[in-house]
Design a protein around this ligand. Sequence first.
Ligand SMILES: Nc1ncnc2c1ncn2[C@@H]1O[C@H](COP(=O)(O)OP(=O)(O)OP(=O)(O)O)[C@@H](O)[C@H]1O
Ligand SMILES: [Mg+2]
Length: 141
Amino acid sequence: MTAPIPILFSDDDLHPFIGEQVGIGVNRTVYRHNGRDDVVIKVQNRLPCRANFTEWLLWNQMHGQPALRALFARVWGLSDSGRYLVMERLLSLDERPLPPFPAFVIDRKRENYGLSVDGLIKCLDYGDISLSDTLVKADLI
Ligand SMILES: Nc1ncnc2c1ncn2[C@@H]1O[C@H](COP(=O)(O)OP(=O)(O)OP(=O)(O)O)[C@@H](O)[C@H]1O
Ligand SMILES: [Mg+2]
C-alpha cells in the first residue's frame, strides 16, 4: 500500500522512510522513499538548506502554470528545517537531446534531468538558478 505524503512534516517524520541511495551531488544526497516508489527524498548535506528551499519555492510559485510545471519534477513537501525535500522520482534520461528550458535554469548538465513515468523530460535539480534577467523584466505596477 502507498503511504500518504503529508504536505507539512518535521525532519523526524521522514527518517523511517529514507531508503536506498540513488544519487549524490554537491548539495544533496538523494534516497528512495521506503513507502512510495514515485518519490525521492533529497537531504541537504549541510546548512543552509538553500537548494531544497529554492526548489520548493519555485514549484509553489509555478502554481496555475501547467506548461511550466510540466518541465520540472514535482515537489511534494519540505520539512520544517528544509533539510528534507520530497520530490517526484524521475527515471534515467534516454538519448534524446534536452528540450528548451526557461533561462533561469542555469545548470544544464544531463544528470540534472530525467524522465517522468509518462515520458516527459523534466529538470530534477533546480536548486541553483539565476533570476536576475527574470526580475529585471518584471512589470512595475
Ligand atoms: N527527483 C529525482 N528523481 C530521481 N533521481 C534524482 C532526483 N533528484 C535527484 N536525483 C539523483 O540525485 C543526484 C543528485 O541530486 P541533485 O542534482 O538534485 O543534487 P545537488 O547536490 O543539487 O547536485 P549538484 O551537484 O548538481 O548541484 C542527481 O544527479 C540524480 O542522479
Ligand atoms: Mg545536480
